[in-house]
Design a protein around this ligand. Structure first.
Ligand SMILES: [Zn+2]
Length: 245
């Protein structure tokens, strides 16, 4: 996919590129963690692999780092609409998500992968091997669903919004304008109810991040304003826009 994209990129009409820069500017549109800010390459909003065309509407400038780190993930709302539910251990993330999910939503959750892998054996589900397998399954499911052009309603559920391959997953989710929910019953309740050392450590990591719904909402609002300027969102709410791609 990358190779095709690269080959295609070299044949973008320079007149289209010039119009893209004139209309949308020459700064990186993606703003992923590690972004240099510079418009170094042409990036298709709807990926070329999804038959996204070489048009002023569908191309924005991106830095080399982001263009490569994007891996054809799309803005929420084109293809899948992506919701994320995060919170410390013992928070009922799945229960929360279930209240909002549609009958045809897709749910991606570590605990569900672990449950299926261990055939409902709680002890087995808690072993390191099964937990690791569940984490890899989560990553693979995310990678696939974040770039699908199928209009799925996807719910990503996890405690810490980071992994080995995505150390600042929360910033990436904000860049792609996902619908992010923070479910936090409060440190006191969480530390009272965690019943094992692994979860206690995760709870400490969670509270060290200082992530709240208010802080996430503020970051999403800032990102939304950037996307409006880039012609990729046009309303005042993040998820009801008709997109001009
Ligand atoms: Zn960038």
């Amino acid at each position: 996919m990358r190779r095709t994209h690269k080959r295609r990129r070299q044949v973008i009409d320079p007149r289209i590129r010039a119009r893209v820069i004139k209309k949308w500017g020459n700064k990186c549109w993606l703003r992923l963690p590690g972004c240099t800010g510079a418009g170094e390459e042409d990036d298709h909003i709807v990926p070329w692999s999804h038959r996204g065309v070489d048009s002023v509407a569908n191309i924005r400038r991106a830095c080399k780092h982001c263009n490569s780190a994007r891996q054809d993930r799309v803005l929420s709302g084109y293809g899948a609409t992506i919701h994320c539910v995060i919170g410390p251990p013992t928070a009922d993330l799945i229960g929360y998500a279930t209240d909002y999910m549609r009958y045809d939503s897709v749910m991606v959750a570590h605990s569900e992968f672990a449950r299926v892998l261990s055939c409902d054996d709680d002890e087995l589900a808690g072993t390191k091997a099964v937990r690791l397998a569940a984490a890899l399954a989560w990553d693979a499911a995310y990678r696939q669903l974040a770039r699908t052009q199928t209009p799925l309603d996807v719910w990503l559920i996890r405690t810490l919004p980071r992994s080995r391959s995505h150390p600042d997953m929360l910033a990436e989710w904000i860049a792609f304008d996902y619908d992010i929910h923070v479910v936090d019953p409060g440190a006191e309740q969480v530390f009272d109810t965690v019943d094992n050392a692994a979860d206690e450590q995760i709870a400490r990591q969670w509270y060290a991040m200082g992530v709240t719904q208010a802080s996430v909402r503020a970051r999403l609002a800032q990102r939304h304003a950037q996307l409006v300027q880039l012609g990729l969102r046009n309303g005042t709410t993040a998820h009801d826009d008709s997109l001009e791609w």
